[in-house]
Design a protein around this ligand. Sequence first.
Ligand code: GLU
Length: 512
Amino acid sequence: MSVRVRFAPSPTGPLHMGGVRTALYNYLLARKHGGQFLLRIEDTDQQRFVPGAEEYIREALDWCGLTPDESPWAGGPDGPYRQSERKAMYRQYAEQLIAADKAYYAFDTPEELEAMRARLLAAGVAAPAYNAVTREHMKNSLTLSTDEVKARLAGGEPYVVRLKVPRHQEVRFEDLIRGWVVVHSAHIDDKVLFKSDGMPTYHLANIVDDRLMRITHVVRGEEWLPSAPLHVLLYEAFGWERPAFAHLPLILKPDGNGKLSKRDGDRLGFPVFPLDWTDPATGERSSGYRERGYSPEAFVNMLALLGWNPGGDRELMSLAEMTELFALDRVHKGGARFDPEKTRWFNQQYLRREPDAVLGEQLRARLKTVKGIDSTPERAARAAALLKDRATFVDDMLEGLYLFTTGSPLPGNAEAEAELRKRWRPEAAPALEAYTARLEGMDRPAAAELETAFNEVLAAHGLKVGQVMPLYRLFVAGRMQGPGMFDVSALLGTQEVAARLRAGMEHCRAWA
Ligand code: GLU
């Protein structure tokens, strides 16, 4: 039997990274076993529908490289893949359960349900429920006569179909991550499966669709674990073999205290969504990994390790490598603590591993958009090679702007000014002048040649590198941090560097 798994989001807003992780583990499991990864939109609850959410899900998964094999957009043999488009299919399954005495019609009005709750609370029942005990006292096809049920249905009275949960049964299943889960049916209420408006509830639609779509493994978040025993009962009620279940651990706040929320991200300054999202109802914006400059590979790699241990201390992995190593029995039971710093680290690692030409193109695009500067691919690639070691994001490389401009970086540069006031020493001027003259006589020197020339000049003037290099740096780059000055100078060209050095000396001499 080939593995078929699904990611089944409800389009109620942007995808939390926990949702993306669910999609990722499903994807890995499918790829590992040569199976299929499906996407099903669970939109039976029209009240919670949010415009744009489905598009968001699609774009986010594409960005992550987790494109489903079958989906509302790609189609597939078991479509449609939107539950709202499958509406007509569900009624027959509700009716099948009623015919088999596994479910029943219930006609209780909201007032009657409320009265039942109040009665039970008054009698000291902590969590009143419509269940194997209370259903005996309610208005349903178990307590009403067949004729009365028929009359009510014929009269168009609103109803719901409820699962007839057995009174005494140990419900058990083996979760692939958690091991045996055992719940007594007394703790499960007679969940609504279907409503007279023709809409199934999540539980019925989910089970029927998993069956019709031939799903072999249900891999989903821990928040669905409490529903799993009910789902097991539903499979039994239908007489269907059930898929394997695997419930993934929660993603926890950085301090380990509870589930990671969007608010934690806002408070601590990191995104919890893959892409930017603007809430259509409130206009509230939330930032995404993509727009914050993370690469999808880094994001997905980080996410994979939130709850899964590939063995050893392996951390950097491509999707193909993860596929190779992935196994559900190496997914932890306990919550996985999210670490925003580690996430930045992943991005940095991926950035460094990019070829210079690729990074150069990204830098070039940002220079154009952010600074309005045009550069050539060659220059941008060389600059990227120098700047990438200090960068976590592509935009960090914009601090090397001086590699793309002409003229002295000093005018209007308060930070450089403050440094120069501390570091300027007139004795350095003759050495810098001599070096400048040497530069002007050189034709496209390599960084090593510049370094030799510089050291020779310093030796001749009896100066140490530490006495002159900061000035060189500030005159040419306008800042103390950055790549080596000989590399920078080789890239800028001797004439440009000489001009900046002269301008710098003039600048300092003007104080005296
Ligand atoms: N629609 C559910 C969700 O939004 C699916 C749960 C499941 O995978 O069974 O997460």
